[in-house]
Design a protein around this ligand. Structure first.
Ligand SMILES: NC(=O)c1ccc[n+]([C@@H]2O[C@H](COP(=O)([O-])OP(=O)(O)OC[C@H]3O[C@@H](n4cnc5c(N)ncnc54)[C@H](OP(=O)(O)O)[C@@H]3O)[C@@H](O)[C@H]2O)c1
Length: 332
């Protein structure tokens, strides 16, 4: 049987293209004692993978050229020589972009194969869910009645932050990149207001209009000019969480923005970078809470599912074009 793998061929400069990736075809590997053979079911594509394509210091190591790209994957055990796993188990973990691969089981955890779709283990019940919950509730201590602004609001993390904000009684404003997304945030996901940043002439003014009481919490997924406009509206004791900066990931030179020190100073505001893996001790209890809300229907799952192994690179590139609503997943 043939097995396709996607190799990291070339470091991108600016927005990634298909030249970054190379498909190789080999025979399906055989598991040795202590190993399992896995068949990939879902592949998660995520903005942070762009950072790993640069050869620079970050909170995760860069990808090595000529090696398989790795990301969060849900896979089925199709053969096991490892006593921890049985044929038919479904597992999740960081794995390579291959149709089939062997693993010694390190870092893999079994997931409930009755949950549909299984992709939730890379979404609400995976890294985006942990990021949304821990970044927002643990770090920013929201209070009912406060105004929360979320950028990247129609994406995997943003949609969850907005929904959790509503569950905790906040006035929630989302910022996203199309009228369709803006409409959906309000009609399906309970956001009080939403702004299309692509058609808004002055973000500062648009935020002021929909946040008459100012901004208490800003959950920032995008950075850049959108965030400059939001931060001009912060209240005294505002909390700004820097979760992501996707608008800057493909920049070869970071554009100069306004100096924020004055605004943070006069508002006694706090701005903090957040990396979800720093909070791993809290993952188990967070997953319990997220599972409860998910099963109760209080957190709605939303995904954009691209079909086919050959479409993984395009799904990844699509993140930088706004082609997803909710979690971007590839079904193999
Ligand atoms: N700190 C952490 O531990 C952590 C963990 C997970 C994710 N993150 C970060 O959180 C952010 C969201 O991640 P995600 O997985 O939920 O991705 P996502 O939001 O599902 O997908 C990316 C979205 O970003 C928006 N976007 C793309 N280019 C943009 C630009 N130039 N300006 C503004 N928006 C742009 C697009 O939506 P539009 O149509 O709205 O443009 C796109 O759909 C990312 O920055 C990611 O790196 C951080």
């Amino acid at each position: 049987m043939k097995n396709r793998t996607i190799i990291f061929e070339k470091r991108p400069v600016g927005k990634p293209t298909n030249e970054v990736f190379k498909f190789v075809e080999e025979t399906v590997p055989q598991p040795e004692n202590g190993e399992v053979l896995l068949k990939t079911v879902y592949v998660s594509v995520d903005p942070y993978l762009r950072g790993r394509m640069n050869n620079s210091k970050s909170y995760v190591d860069p990808f090595n050229l000529n090696e398989p790209i790795t990301s969060g994957i849900v896979a089925e055990v199709i053969e096991s020589k490892n006593s921890q796993f049985a044929k038919g188990d479904v597992v999740a973990g960081m794995l390579g972009w291959s149709e089939y691969q062997v693993s010694d089981g390190a870092g893999l955890y079994k997931v409930n194969s009755n949950v549909t779709p299984l992709s939730v283990y890379q979404g609400i019940l995976g890294m985006p869910g942990l990021t949304a919950y821990l970044g927002f509730t643990e770090i920013r201590q929201p209070k009912a009645g406060e105004t929360l602004v979320v950028s990247g609001a129609a994406g995997a993390v943003g949609l969850l932050v907005g929904q959790i904000g509503k569950l905790l009684g906040c006035h929630v404003v989302g910022i996203a990149g199309s009228d369709e997304k803006v409409e959906l945030l309000k009609s399906e996901f309970g956001f009080d207001e939403a702004i299309n940043y692509k058609t808004t002439k002055r973000m500062n003014k648009s935020i002021a209009e929909v946040c008459p009481n100012g901004v208490d919490i800003y959950f920032d997924n995008v950075g850049g000019e959108i965030s400059d406009g939001v931060i001009m509206n912060i209240n005294k004791f505002a909390r700004i969480i820097i979760c992501g900066a996707i608008s800057l990931y493909n920049e070869t030179r970071i554009p100069m923005g306004p100096r924020l020190q004055g605004s943070l100073l006069v508002n006694s505001a706090l701005m903090k970078g957040f990396i979800v893996n720093d909070y791993s001790a809290q993952f188990p209890k967070t997953i319990v809470q997220l599972t409860k809300w998910f099963l109760e229907g209080k957190l709605k799952n939303k995904e954009t599912v691209v079909e086919g192994f050959e479409n993984i690179p395009n799904a990844f590139i699509g993140l930088f074009e706004g082609s997803n609503i909710g979690k971007m997943m590839v079904k193999i």
